[in-house]
Design a protein around this ligand. Structure first.
Ligand code: ADP
Length: 863
C-alpha cells in the first residue's frame, strides 16, 4: 500500500472503531468523509464525490460544511444510518503535528434529540434486547427525547418479542454482538430497524437509582445494555432519564403488528397516514405530550377493569363540564413540550427562549389545577404533587431571564436587569458610553457646522467620525486624527473617542461572556427540577388525553361502555368510529352485536362491499376504545374485557401489505389459533381464499370448528363460501348473520344492516358493474350466472365476441367447477348438481358420519 499521510492514518484508526457508522471527520470548516463512506454518502445525499491525492492513491472523498452539516446528518439518520461525529479536540494553532481528533458523539436513529427524525406527536424509541441463557428475553426501551424508560420480560416466544419491538416509534435496536443470526434475521424481516451492538451489561452505579422499581436482576441487566449503549454513544449527561418502569406485557390487551395494522389503529393501511386511523379520531389532544401518550395508550389498551374504570370516570367528569373543559384545553394549548424541554435541559442544549417557554408553561399549573379541581377533585393529589418545587423554578426563571430572549445564547440580551450587579455595571458602562458618543455627535455637528457629520462603528476600525468630502473644508485643521479615506468621505478618530470605545468594547465583551455564564448557571440550576418537570409533564399529558376523549365522546355522541364478567357482548347501534366520519353525514347504518350463549361465533355472509369487514372491525375498535378508557360509538355497549385481539385477512384481501401469499395468511392464522384464549376476540375475514375453492373451504371449516370447540374465543368469521353457513346446524355456538341487500329495479341496494340468517346471493356481478368492468363482461357474466343457477350449460356460443373464454373459476361462485357441461338434460339444475356430487364422491373412503352428512347435504339440495 502506498504511503499514507499521518492525518489519514489518524482517520483510519478512528474509522476502525466505528465500522457501522459514517465517520464525519472534521477538517477545518468541513466534515469530510472518505473511502466507502464517501461513495455511499455522495449517493445518499446527492453531493459531489471528489478525491484526495493523485493517481492510484486517490482516496474517494466528499464533504459538507460544518455550519450546514445538521441537515445532511439528519437526512442520513432518517434513512436509518448512524454517524460518528469526529471533532478537532485541540486548537490547530497550538497543535504539534496532526491535530488531535476524537469522536465526540454518535448520532443514531434511536438517540436523536432533535431534527426531522423527531416527530412532535410520536415517541422515538431505542430498544435493547437481551437473550438470557434460559431462552427468555428482556426488552428495554427508552425515548431519549423525553427520558422515559421501561423494561419488560418476555417468556420464550420470539413472536411476542417481535411484536413488542415493532410497536410504533421503534427506531433502533441494540443487541449483543453474539446474538444468533437466525434470530436477527427473523426480527429484521418483520421490523426493519437500525441495529446496534452493545456487549457491556454491567449496571453503571451512577444510574443505579433509576432501577429502584425493578424487582429482578434480569430486568436490570436488560436496562443496563441500553444504558451502556447510551453512555458510550452520547458521552454526555443523561440526567433526565426517568426511573425505569416495569411493564408486564400481560397487563395490556395484546395485539400483534398485523392486527394493529389491519385495524388501522395508528395509521391507515394504504397510505400509512394518521388520517383514516382510529388515532385520528380519539386523538383530540392539544399538546405534543398528550399526542404521544394517546398513541401509546392505543398501542396498549388496558385489561385491568379498575384502571379502565378510573379513566372512564375521569372522562365522564370532563365530559359533564363543557365550559371548564374548554377553558382547560385553552390553558393546555399554551403548555409547551415539557418532556422534550426537560431532555434538552439535561443535555445542556436548551436556550433562554425555551427556558422562558418552560416558565410560561409551568405558570399555567395553578389555572390547570383549579379547573381540574372543579371537574375531578379527587385526582388533584395524583396530578399536582410537585407544584411547590416547580414554583421555585418559576421564581428563578422570572428573576433571571427577560421576557423575550433571543435564540442565540452567546450574543447577550437574555438576562434580566437587576439579576446580577456586575452585569448591570457593564451594561451601564456600555449604555453610558453610547450615550456619550451620541452626545459627542451632536456637539461636533454644532461646533463644526457640518450637519451631515456622523459617528459610526465597524468591526475593523471601531468608532469613527465621518465627514463627507464636500464638507471637509469646513473642518478646522487638526481637529481630528485621520483614520481612513473613502471615495466620498473621510473617517477620523479622537483620543477621547478611542478611550470611550475601549471602555464600551470591554464592557460589551465582558457583558456577553458574563451573560453566557449566568445563563449556563440558570440552566444548570434548572437541572435540579427535572424530576418535577417530568412529573408535571406526565400529568399534563394524561389530563390532555382524557379531556380529548371527553371532547370526541361528546361531539360524536359516544356512550360509556360497561364490562361483562359473563363474557357477553351486547352492543346496540354500534358504529365504526372512522367509517362513520368519512361517509356522508347521517348515512352510516348502525348495527347491533349480540354475542351470548348460543352465538359466541358469528359467521357473516353477504355481498361484497356490503359492510362485512366494517362490521367486524367495528367490534374490535369498540373493544380497543373501551379498554383505553374512551367512550364508544354506540347507543349502549356491554362487552367483556378482552385479553387479546387477532385479526386475519384472507390473502386475497391483504394486498396492501405486499404480503399476499397464502403462506403468510396461514402463519398469521396459526399465531391466532395458538395464542388465543376464551377471553380473546378473533376476526377472520375471508380466510382460505388464497387457495383453491375446496381447499380453502375445508380449511375455513376446520378453523371454525377448532375455534368453536377448543378455543371458544368470541369470533367473527366472514366468508363468501355460502356452504359454510350449514355449520350452524352442527356447532351449537355458531350463528349465521348476513349483511342485507335488496334488489330494486334491477339495481342492488346495500343496506349495510347486519341481521341473523345467511345471505342468499353474492351480488358479485353487481359489484363488478360498480367497478365499471366492460359491459360485455358483466352482461356475459349475468347470462352465465343465470345458466349456472338453472343448471344449464355455459357455452362459448352465447359469448358474442371471439375473445377467449374467461376463467370461470375466477368469477362467480365456489361451485363453478361443478357446472354441468352438457346442454340438454332431463334433470333440473339442482338435480344435475346432486348427481354430479354423487358421482364424484369417493364413497369407499368415507367414514359413516361423513356418509350420513353427505346424504343429508344432497337431500337438502333437493328440497
Ligand atoms: P365487505 O367487507 O362486505 O366487502 P366493507 O366492510 O369493506 O364491505 O364495506 C364497503 C363499504 O361500504 C365501506 O367502505 C363503507 O363505505 C360502506 N359501509 C360499510 N358498512 C357501512 C355501514 N354500516 N353504513 C354505511 N356504510 C357502510
Amino acid at each position: 500500500m502506498a504511503q499514507i499521510t499521518p492525518m489519514m492514518k489518524q482517520y483510519l484508526e478512528i474509522k476502525a472503531q466505528h465500522q457501522d457508522a459514517f465517520l464525519f471527520f472534521r477538517l477545518g470548516d468541513f466534515y469530510e468523509l472518505f473511502y466507502e463512506d464517501a461513495k455511499l454518502a455522495a449517493q445518499e445525499l446527492e453531493i459531489t464525490l471528489t478525491g484526495r491525492g493523485q493517481g492510484d492513491d486517490r482516496i474517494p472523498m466528499c464533504g459538507v460544511p460544518y455550519h450546514s452539516a445538521d441537515q445532511y446528518m439528519s437526512r442520513l439518520i432518517e434513512k436509518g444510518y448512524k454517524i460518528a461525529l469526529c471533532e478537532q479536540v485541540e486548537d490547530p494553532k497550538v497543535a504539534k503535528g496532526v491535530v488531535k481528533r476524537e469522536v465526540v458523539k454518535m448520532l443514531t436513529p434511536g438517540t436523536m434529540m432533535s431534527g426531522n427524525v423527531i416527530k412532535e406527536k410520536e415517541n422515538n424509541y431505542l430498544v435493547a434486547l437481551t437473550l438470557f441463557d434460559d431462552q427468555t428475553f428482556g426488552l428495554a426501551r427508552t425515548d431519549l427525547t423525553t427520558g422515559e424508560s421501561a423494561v419488560t420480560f418476555i417468556g420464550d416466544t420470539l413472536e411476542d418479542v417481535i411484536h413488542d419491538i415493532a410497536s410504533s416509534g421503534t427506531k433502533e435496536l441494540v443487541v449483543a454482538s453474539t446474538i444468533d443470526e437466525k434470530i436477527m434475521k427473523r426480527i429484521l424481516e418483520r421490523c426493519p430497524v437500525t441495529i446496534s451492538y452493545e456487549d457491556n451489561i454491567e449496571m453503571d452505579h451512577e444510574y443505579m437509582h433509576l432501577c429502584e422499581k425493578l424487582e429482578s436482576d434480569k430486568l436490570i441487566t436488560s436496562f443496563a445494555r441500553l444504558l451502556q449503549y447510551l453512555i458510550r454513544t452520547q458521552k454526555r449527561s443523561l440526567q433526565h432519564l426517568q426511573k425505569v418502569t416495569h411493564y408486564h406485557v400481560d397487563s395490556f390487551m395484546k395485539m400483534d403488528t398485523h392486527t394493529k395494522r389491519n385495524l388501522e389503529l395508528t395509521e391507515s393501511l394504504r397510505e400509512k397516514k394518521k388520517a383514516g386511523s382510529l388515532l385520528s379520531i380519539v386523538d383530540q389532544t392539544v399538546t405534543a405530550m398528550g399526542g404521544r401518550l394517546v398513541k401509546n395508550w392505543l398501542e396498549r389498551p388496558l385489561i385491568d377493569e379498575n384502571a379502565i374504570e378510573e379513566r372512564l370516570e375521569l372522562v365522564t367528569s370532563f365530559l359533564e363540564a363543557y365550559f371548564e373543559r374548554e377553558e382547560l384545553r385553552d390553558e393546555l394549548r399554551q403548555v409547551y413540550d415539557l418532556e422534550r424541554l426537560a431532555g434538552r435541559i439535561a443535555y445542556g442544549s436548551v436556550n433562554a427562549r425555551e427556558l422562558v417557554q418552560l416558565k410560561r408553561s409551568l405558570e399555567k399549573i395553578p389555572f390547570i389545577k383549579e379547573l381540574v379541581a372543579k371537574m375531578a377533585p379527587t385526582s388533584i393529589e395524583r396530578w399536582f404533587s410537585e407544584e411547590e418545587q416547580v414554583g421555585e423554578l418559576i421564581q428563578l426563571l422570572n428573576r433571571s431571564l427577560v421576557d423575550d430572549p433571543p435564540i442565540s445564547v452567546t450574543d447577550g440580551g437574555m438576562i434580566r436587569p437587576g439579576y446580577h450587579e456586575e452585569l448591570d455595571t457593564y451594561r451601564d458602562a456600555s449604555k453610558n458610553g453610547k450615550q456619550w458618543i451620541a452626545e459627542l455627535e451632536q456637539k461636533e455637528r454644532q461646533e463644526t457646522g457640518i450637519r451631515t457629520l456622523k459617528i459610526g462603528f465597524n468591526k475593523v476600525f471601531g468608532y469613527y467620525i465621518e465627514v463627507t468630502r464636500a464638507n471637509i473644508h469646513l473642518l478646522p485643521e487638526g481637529r481630528y486624527e485621520r483614520k481612513q479615506t473613502l471615495t466620498n468621505a473621510e473617517r477620523y478618530v479622537t483620543p477621547e473617542l478611542k478611550e470611550k470605545e475601549a471602555l464600551i468594547l470591554e464592557a460589551e465583551e465582558k457583558m456577553e461572556q458574563l451573560e453566557y455564564d449566568l445563563f449556563v448557571q440558570v440552566r444548570e440550576e434548572a437541572k435540579h427540577y427535572l424530576q418535577s418537570i417530568q412529573t408535571f409533564a406526565h400529568s399534563i399529558s394524561e389530563i390532555d388525553v382524557l379531556a380529548g376523549f371527553a371532547t370526541v365522546s361528546e361531539q360524536r355522541h359516544y356512550v360509556k361502555p360497561t364490562f361483562s364478567k359473563q363474557r357477553e357482548i351486547a352492543i346496540v347501534d354500534g358504529r365504526h368510529p372512522v367509517v362513520e366520519t368519512v361517509i356522508e353525514k347521517g348515512q352510516y347504518v348502525a348495527n347491533d352485536v349480540q354475542m351470548t350463549k348460543g352465538r359466541e361465533m358469528l359467521l357473516i355472509t353477504g355481498p361484497n362491499m356490503a359492510g362485512k369487514s366494517t362490521y367486524m372491525r367495528q367490534l374490535a375498535l369498540l373493544a380497543v376504545m373501551a379498554q383505553i378508557g374512551c367512550y364508544v360509538p354506540a347507543t349502549s355497549c356491554k362487552m367483556p374485557i378482552f385479553d387479546q385481539v387477532f385479526t386475519r385477512i384472507g390473502a386475497a384481501d391483504d394486498l396492501a401489505s405486499g404480503q399476499s401469499t397464502f403462506m403468510v395468511e396461514m402463519l398469521e392464522t396459526r399465531y391466532a389459533l395458538t395464542k388465543a384464549t376464551e377471553n380473546s376476540l378473533i376476526l377472520l375475514d375471508e380466510i382460505g381464499r388464497g387457495t383453491s375453492t375446496y381447499d380453502g373451504m375445508a380449511l375455513a371449516q376446520a378453523i371454525i370448528e377448532y375455534i368453536h370447540d377448543t378455543i371458544r374465543a368470541k369470533t367473527l368469521f366472514s366468508t363468501h363460501y355460502h356452504e359454510l353457513t350449514q355449520l350452524d346446524q352442527e356447532l351449537a355456538d355458531l350463528q349465521n348473520v348476513h349483511v342485507s341487500a335488496v334488489e330494486e329495479n334491477g339495481t342492488v341496494v346495500f343496506l349495510h344492516k347486519v341481521v341473523d340468517g345467511q345471505a342468499d346471493r353474492s351480488y358479485g356481478i353487481y359489484v363488478a358493474e360498480l367497478a365499471e368492468l366492460p359491459s360485455q363482461v358483466t352482461e356475459r357474466a349475468e347470462a352465465l350466472l343465470k345458466q349456472f343457477e338453472e343448471g344449464t350449460v355455459a357455452t362459448k356460443a352465447t359469448f358474442s365476441s371471439s375473445k377467449p373464454e374467461p376463467d370461470l373459476q375466477l368469477s362467480l361462485f365456489g361451485e363453478v367447477e361443478e357446472t354441468v357441461k352438457e346442454e340438454s338434460s332431463v334433470f333440473s339444475g339442482q338435480e344435475e348438481k346432486v348427481l354430479k356430487k354423487l358421482v364424484k364422491k369417493d364413497v369407499l373412503h368415507m367414514t359413516p358420519i361423513e356418509a350420513i352428512q353427505f346424504v343429508n347435504e344432497l337431500q337438502r339440495l333437493l328440497k
